[in-house]
Design a protein. Structure first.
Length: 270
């Protein structure tokens, strides 16, 4: 049996780990490893590395066409008689194996990067779609509000009331204009603080003894709020009398039939 040194054995470790070392060279290799703790340790490290690479690759069944091509190639390349080769002739194999391993790891890293990028692009696309839908809803609301404002502003009976911020929102301001003949009003607020999650700004008509909801406002990212009201504010309420003023409070997102939240804007009472 041929005796090999550490240098020769270590050149064959990669081939041994992946099962590519010739059977006639195994006895000398194994005899050396059995007597050399350092080389045995290197074999364990090589096995761990090979396992990590293998586990990082998803298993995909090969197609029948690919299997047929591989089998045909193997039949052509298989020699009729296997002749033993001196172990020294395999000294170039570790370099080839190392090069293949580097290429494989690079390919795996590229594939993982592409998968991450694809997932990231998918998440960005979902976020962009959500933002586009929100922007579309905001634009539709703004268009409706602008159309209402133009219809009201052109009426001879247009009226206006200003709203001032309370201690909760001292820098907030609001304006409400309406036309009794058009039975339409438009509210625009500015400087409103961010809302708690699940809350909205709600506009109210204030009577002598009660409040009547005019609807939830649409709040913009700039702290604005707007609302179109389809109602004749100049008409008297049969139960509460004429409107004395207007107010804005913070209410649950779906709106509230009665005032329950904090007051952020209010007009002077008549």
């Amino acid at each position: 049996m041929i005796w090999i040194d550490c240098e020769t054995a270590r050149e064959s470790i990669d081939a041994y780990v992946i099962g590519a070392l010739d059977s006639d060279e195994l006895p000398a290799f194994r005899a050396h490893v059995a007597a050399c703790d350092a080389c045995a340790h290197l074999i364990e490290e090589a096995r761990d590395g090979a396992a990590a690479v293998a586990l990082s690759v998803p298993l995909v069944p090969a197609s029948s066409a690919l299997k047929a091509r591989v089998m045909a190639s193997a039949a052509v390349l298989t020699p009729r008689a296997r002749r033993p080769r001196p172990i020294a002739r395999l000294r170039g194999w570790p370099a080839v194996a190392a090069a293949l391993l580097v290429v494989s790891i690079a390919a795996l890293a590229w594939g993982a990067a592409m998968q991450h990028r694809a997932g990231d692009l998918g998440a960005r696309n979902d976020a962009a779609t959500a933002r586009a839908a929100d922007a579309g809803a905001q634009l539709a609301s703004l268009t409706t509000w602008q159309q209402g404002m133009l219809r009201i502003a052109g009426q001879p009976d247009v009226a206006r009331t200003d709203l001032m911020g309370t201690a909760l929102a001292p820098s907030a301001r609001g304006t409400y204009i309406w036309s009794a003949s058009q039975r339409t009003g438009a509210f625009l607020g500015s400087g409103l603080p961010p809302l708690p999650k699940g809350q909205t700004y709600q506009f109210w008509f204030v009577y002598s003894g009660t409040w009547e909801s005019a609807g939830a406002c649409v709040r913009g990212a700039d702290g604005s709020a707007r609302l179109i009201v389809r109602r004749d504010e100049g008409a008297a309420n049969d139960d509460a009398g004429p409107v004395r003023g207007f107010a804005v409070t913070i209410e649950p997102a779906n709106g509230s039939g009665q005032r329950t939240g904090a007051l952020v804007l209010q007009s002077a009472l008549n």
